[in-house]
Design a protein around this ligand. Structure first.
Ligand code: NAD
Ligand code: UDP
Length: 345
């Protein structure tokens, strides 16, 4: 084994793919999750893919005593990857305290667990939302961060500031914050993928659920943006590429290759697609005509976001391997397999 990694939120969408990549790279993995937005069954799926079922601790990281006990139990850990958080933007606007409580307490209890047990390394799940409406494109890590529109987004910005403050006073402690652009897609096996609870907020699960007949119609939120077809541009990134970037970031910290003890990297492809590009690609990849119509803009949506990928390429040696067609076909395979297995239950 290369080392022991705690993955908080490891039963979730990005966490489960990262657990697979960590196991495939030779790490021992322990998952901390309260299953608030995931199912324990995912751990059996991970075993089907890798042959190994990671150790699991069902705990609420926002609860100080549960977190303290779990970190004490796994004190011989080399690094933590912190995915555990609530992530629904709209819900966070309606329930800000719930979001600040869960996301900030979970992070603070994790950082305290690190300090108490001398766990030196942490990778944090951040988001392009910290850039707000960008002043220039593509967005580099030097772009100014701005107060995000939503409480959810603000939990990411404040979390990064906390990590920066902590690494300033504690030189033995290193953090890498990974700012994801728009993660989509699923593992090629069709065994793990995104499983949103309730009606999805994000474009791709909405598209695949419409195509599967679970939802009736996709609304395209605004076609009067300053883009080629009037719909917003995003940088969609395959979740398997993201997972691999986390393994590279862990290797970087464990091999002392980081240039400072708080580093930030964008994770995107550098290519922007409009909502209509995504719909067209879905239709051509699957041969299914989507039922969609134009609707009002959604509050808080930015016109154009895409990443500068130079820093991740030069420093991490990481570049996205998959294109939009791969992302969409894997998401569609996952949706179909999921519907078949749900029908069987
Ligand atoms: P997800 O909801 O699928 O996974 C999060 C996991 O954390 C779930 O399994 C959930 O049960 C767990 N969790 C939540 N609160 C917890 C708590 N208090 N204690 C223990 N476990 C808890 O979400 P995801 O899409 O995999 O996102 C993972 C991380 O990446 C999150 O921090 C999210 O904010 C961030 N992120 C996601 C996206 C995206 O589009 N999916 C984009 C940018 C950043
Ligand atoms: N979008 C849409 N209809 C939907 C969901 C999303 O038109 O039902 C658009 C949204 O306005 C944005 C893009 O799809 O331009 C990506 O949205 P998503 O919520 O997936 O990610 P975001 O970039 O907002 O984090």
């Amino acid at each position: 084994m290369k080392g022991k990694i705690i993955v908080t939120g490891g039963c979730g969408y990005i966490g489960s793919h990262t657990v697979v990549s960590l196991i495939e790279d030779g790490y021992e993995v322990v998952v901390f999750d309260n299953l608030s937005n995931s199912k324990e069954l995912i751990l059996d799926r991970i075993r089907e893919i890798t042959g190994i079922r990671p150790t699991f601790e069902k705990i609420d990281l926002a609860d100080e005593s549960q977190a303290k006990e779990a970190y004490r139990k796994h004190s011989n850990t080399d690094a933590i990857i912190n995915f555990a958080a609530y992530k629904a933007v709209g819900e966070s606007v309606k329930e800000p305290i719930m979001y600040y409580r869960n996301n900030m307490f979970s992070l603070l209890n994790t950082l305290q667990g690190q300090i108490d047990n001398n766990i030196k390394n942490i990778i944090f799940s951040s988001s392009a939302t910290v850039y707000g409406e960008p002043d220039s494109l593509p967005i580099t890590e030097k772009n100014e961060t701005k107060r995000p529109f939503s409480p959810y987004g603000n939990t990411k910005k404040v979390a990064e500031e906390i990590l920066e403050d902590l690494t300033k006073v504690n030189s033995g402690f290193s953090a890498i914050s990974l700012r994801y652009f728009n993660p989509i897609g699923a593992h090629g096996s069709g065994l793990i993928g995104e499983f949103p609870s309730g009606v999805p907020n994000n474009l791709l699960p909405y598209v695949t659920q419409c195509a599967a007949g679970v939802l009736d119609e996709l609304k395209v939120f605004g076609n009067d943006y300053p883009t080629k077809d009037g719909t917003p541009i995003r940088d969609y990134i395959h979740v398997v590429d993201l997972a691999e970037a986390h393994v590279i970031a862990v290797n970087r910290l464990l091999n002392d290759k980081n240039k400072s003890n708080f580093e930030v990297f964008n994770l995107g492809t550098g290519i922007g697609y409009t909502v209509l590009d995504v719909i067209d690609t879905f239709e051509s990849v699957t041969g299914i005509n989507l039922n969609y119509s134009m609707a009002e803009r959604r509050d808080g949506d930015v016109a154009v976001l895409y990443a500068a990928t130079d820093l991740a390429r030069d420093e991490l040696g990481w570049e996205a391997r998959y294109g939009l067609k791969d992302m969409i076909s894997s998401a569609w395979k996952w949706e179909q397999d999921l519907r078949t297995s749900l029908n069987r239950l």
